[in-house]
Design a protein around this ligand. Structure first.
Ligand code: SAH
Ligand code: SF4
Length: 357
């Protein structure tokens, strides 16, 4: 983008209206531009075909023209999953994953470049936090993924914030992005089709319940005991009890059911005894547990548990009437499973930069 340019995706309705006014255009043009961006997914002003040519040119100049396409798109061997590596204007790299799973097509969105939480088994955590993503950088991922789906005659039905970064550590921008995604005159997604996955930032779990009560909440727990949790998620400030309290408040405020994600690491947190203690912890909550067998990747801690131990863990939860599913894996051949993203190019080509943040 050229210097002094404004990325149209960074503008809310008022700011876009102000831009339109500043170039002496009538107010209804701003509604047209909004629909072009959010309904039709047109990010290049020159392609906004229902606008007069001179306005398209003016907008293109003001916005510095279209942003570059993703650096690299990889599709899994079974065609179910595509991963895009996207270069941001300052060279940071993020990943976005489209998961095709009829009748649902889901995009897995990144909320930060890197992540500060340092979960020992997570490839993104290895990088440390590089920076927050802007509202536009978050939204662009959904718009891009929807465009790929539409090109294939499909439609994007679900958005999950399970890519790189901790969404609740970038709260104001996450909240604005959700507002845009659910704007009925814009992207038009039902909040029921959006899921925010968090490591468990208690204050912002409560804020999310107030600001976006119909958005689904998923909390990455990974351990039934405080000490084991601290070993697996070293940087997070909230204790297990604080997280559970916040989830209870969230449920009371929204009437919704929470999903607890639990990454299973062989010999670390995957015994039946762990499962029994987890069931005790969750007693009284409207909860569902999603078991995620670890996807090992270079540089991160942990081994994948055997199928037998995953099923044993599931059974122990079921015996205590905890609803539980095992995550179906897609795209593991291109390391595209949500939560194991790290911007592979950083590792391969940019040796001058530290991976550990
Ligand atoms: N920061 C948020 C969202 C991004 S991570 C969170 O932690 O919830 C999304 C999910 O992927 C989390 O449940 C995370 O624990 C999981 N994940 C991370 N690394 C993984 C790995 N190597 N294998 C399996 N799941 C992983
Ligand atoms: Fe961050 Fe989530 Fe990875 Fe933990 S699992 S380091 S919170 S992205």
């Amino acid at each position: 983008m050229t210097e002094g340019a404004v990325d149209l995706l960074e503008l809310d309705r008022e700011a876009l209206a102000a831009l339109v006014e500043s170039i002496n255009q009538p107010a209804y043009r701003s509604r047209q531009i909004w629909r072009q961006i959010y309904e039709r997914g047109v990010l290049d002003p020159l392609q906004m075909t229902d606008l007069p040519t001179d306005l398209r040119r003016q907008l293109s100049q003001a916005s510095g023209g279209p942003l570059d396409d993703p650096v690299q798109v990889q599709t899994s061997a079974d065609g179910s999953t595509s991963k895009a590596l996207i270069a941001l204007s300052d060279g940071e790299l993020i990943e976005t994953v489209l998961i095709r799973s009829a009748p649902r097509d889901t995009v897995c969105i990144s909320s930060q470049a890197g992540c500060a939480m340092g979960c020992v088994f997570c490839a993104t955590g290895l990088q440390g936090l590089r920076r927050q993503l802007t509202v536009g950088e978050i939204l662009r991922q959904a718009i891009l993924a929807r465009a790929w789906a539409r090109d294939e005659g499909r439609d994007l039905t679900n958005v999950v914030f399970m890519g790189m970064g901790e969404p609740l550590a970038n709260y104001p921008r996450l909240s604005e992005a959700i507002a845009r995604l659910t704007d009925p005159d814009g992207f038009g997604l039902s909040p029921r089709r959006i899921t925010v996955s968090t490591v468990g930032i208690a204050t912002n779990i409560r804020r999310l319940a107030i600001d976006h009560p119909r958005v689904n909440l998923a909390v990455s727990l990974h351990a039934p005991d405080p000490q084991l949790r601290r070993e697996l998620v070293p940087v997070d400030g909230a204790s297990l009890d604080e997280i559970i309290d916040a989830v209870r408040d969230h449920g009371d405020a929204t009437g919704g059911r929470v999903t607890f994600e639990y990454v299973l690491l062989d010999g670390v947190n995957d015994s039946r005894a762990h499962a029994r203690r987890l069931a005790d912890r969750l007693r009284g909550l409207r909860a569902h547990v999603n078991l995620i067998p670890l996807n090992p990747s270079p540089g991160v801690v942990g081994r994948r548990p055997s199928r037998r131990s995953v099923l044993g863990f599931q059974q122990a939860l079921q015996d205590r009437n905890v609803p539980v599913t095992i995550r179906v894996e897609q795209g593991s051949d291109i390391a595209a499973a949500c939560g194991q993203l790290r911007g592979d190019r950083v590792r391969r080509s940019d040796t001058g930069r530290s991976d550990s943040g």
